[in-house]
Design a protein. Structure first.
Lengths: 318, 224
């Protein structure tokens, strides 16, 4: 390809943990490969809908501080989802951008994604397709197992993000959305719930836990009242799922997130319901978390409501 | 053969095959795993076999717990369904640079290192499951006199290729990860191959592993 035909972003600053993500890869737990995929599925879906891309198109996920990108090529639109502060730098000047709104970029323009606000993850994409390789049907980067495009590594400075396709019939769209907040994280009791003393079971639901800095795409470590194990601090290693809450030997909860190890040997006290997963992953280190017990039937209904809310938001895109 | 099916959260079935860890129970898990995998049921997003459990993750848009539970309960597996078993030979170098915990194992087991290694290499091991990180095989069973606990403080980084033991099991670290197993050596062989999309795992559940000892020169030769 001649360089004048190329459309690409050059990364001037990579950000803290910037990767390609899509909906992730299925049916590989048995060999030790987790789902991965965009942490916040709703913001992933909204972004592709806003940009009229296929529902599983690759997007760029960032955490806390995002990338600073310089664009080279023909006119293109971009959009950001999540609660994000960013600036658009053009020859005319610098403006503050709003999430869930599409902006035009011309050759030489820049997007500087400063940070996510009171949240962890944000998403960036274009009205088109990034040039990515697929591994087991997904372009999601899993940095732990080094699977995915860019040799399975997070983005680094000077990397060039190639665009293979721009949708020329695209019309600028936006959504008025402030994000959703939640007081409690709802959970279903786990398969080892009775490993813990009654007073610890009560504390688990009555008291709050602090999210520690040891939290990433693999897991979220919490600190709070120690959860006392009265049976055995270990179980025979068995499969884990996204959102499952294990209690370590030290009595602290650890929640498995999208890039988690597929097997584990700590008892499971509870599992976060699917409807609350997106909101869980957006909670920042230092903030507090409180768990609420719901039944399986309620969790299934709440998931349907969550899907309806997402579809409702998509229908509000204008 | 499944004793009980519970829910693990709202999007996974927790199939319990028993509480013991032995090859008979595990073979049942593996038979179910391969059988269900072959059925290719719509809306099943993951199957995770382990020693004595099988976790079936599903898409909540397609299944509910009760409907999928019924489907799985109705599956019939013939007792004489034979497992396909491969014998895989894996070279291991026990040079001092690789046998990170040999001194600790000597002290705990009260055996000389040569005896420990002789016992370790004299046996074939069965693969119960793979996972935790991509491709890591969980193998067993070690002889009674070879069993010891994990390190009190896990290593932050266990080198890729490390071969470790704990309790009745041994494993191979397919990536550099944190871990607490007692490391006896290192294999130059690639156990997980990201570029092999159809079959990235060298070792799969049900396989038999034969470790054989190599010198540092042979190790470097294979690495090259």
């Amino acid at each position: 390809m001649k360089s004048k035909d190329r459309n690409y972003f050059k990364i001037l600053r990579a950000g803290i943990n910037t990767t390609y993500q899509d909906l992730g890869r299925n049916n590989l737990y048995h060999i030790g490969i987790p789902f991965s995929g965009a942490m916040d599925k709703r913001n992933f879906q909204l972004l592709n809908s806003l940009l009229q891309n296929d529902y599983n198109s690759p997007v760029i996920e960032f955490a806390y501080q995002g990338p600073h990108l310089k664009y080279f090529g023909k006119d293109i639109f971009f959009c950001i989802s999540g609660n994000v502060s960013f600036k658009i730098i053009t020859k005319e000047g610098v403006i503050d951008g709003n999430s869930y709104q599409c902006y035009l970029l011309k050759n030489g323009d820049e997007v500087d994604i400063h940070s996510t606000n009171k949240s962890v993850y944000g998403y960036f994409s274009i009205n088109g397709t990034f040039s990515v390789d697929y591994y087991w049907g997904s372009c999601s980067i899993n940095t732990q197992a080094q699977i995915g495009p860019n040799n399975g590594n997070k983005f680094s400075k000077d990397l060039e993000i190639e665009i293979i396709d721009i949708n020329n019939s695209f019309n600028k769209r936006k959504l008025d959305y402030l994000g959703s907040t939640i007081e409690n994280i709802r959970v279903i009791k786990g398969t080892n719930y009775d490993y813990f003393s009654e007073s610890s079971q009560n504390k688990f639901f009555k008291e709050s836990f602090k999210i520690t800095k040891l939290s990433d795409r693999m897991g979220m470590r919490l600190q709070g009242p120690k959860i006392e194990n009265i049976v055995d601090p270990n179980i025979k290693s068995e499969g884990l799922v996204k959102g499952v809450i294990q209690i370590t030997s030290a009595g602290d909860p650890i929640i498995m997130l999208s890039d988690h190890g597929t097997i584990g040997g700590y008892p499971k006290i509870a599992t976060v319901i699917s409807a609350d997963y997106d909101r869980l992953v957006q909670l920042t280190p230092g903030s507090n978390i409180k768990f609420k017990d719901v039944s399986l039937e309620d969790a299934e209904t709440l998931y349907k409501l969550y899907q309806m809310e997402t579809n409702n938001l998509i229908s509000q895109i204008k | 053969m499944i004793k009980n099916i519970l829910n693990l959260g709202d999007a996974a079935l927790y199939c319990d095959f028993g509480s013991d860890v032995n090859q008979e129970i595990n073979s049942n898990v593996i038979k179910y795993f391969y059988h269900i995998k072959k059925l290719n049921l719509r809306g099943i997003t993951n199957l995770t076999p382990s020693y004595n459990k099988l976790i079936i993750s599903y898409d909540l848009n397609i299944h509910s717990f009760l409907s999928l539970k019924k489907k799985i309960e109705n599956i019939e597996i013939k007792e004489n369904n034979k497992l396909e078993k491969n014998l895989i030979k894996i070279p291991v170098c026990c040079d001092n640079n690789f046998a990170l915990d040999i001194k600790r194992v000597e002290n705990k087991l009260k055996l000389k290192s040569e005896i420990i290694l002789e016992k370790f290499f004299s046996k074939n091991y069965f693969c119960y499951m793979t996972g935790f990180v991509a491709g890591m095989p969980f193998l067993g069973d070690l002889n009674q006199e070879m069993r010891l606990k994990r390190l009190e403080t896990p290593r932050v980084k266990v080198p890729k290729g490390s071969v470790g033991i704990t309790e009745q099991f041994c494993n191979i670290y397919t990536f550099e990860t944190p871990g607490g197993w007692n490391i006896l050596g290192n294999t130059p062989q690639n156990i997980f191959d990201t570029s092999n999309q159809s079959n990235p795992n060298l070792v799969n559940p049900g396989d038999t592993i034969k470790f054989y000892r190599i010198t540092l020169d042979q190790y470097n030769e294979i690495k090259r």
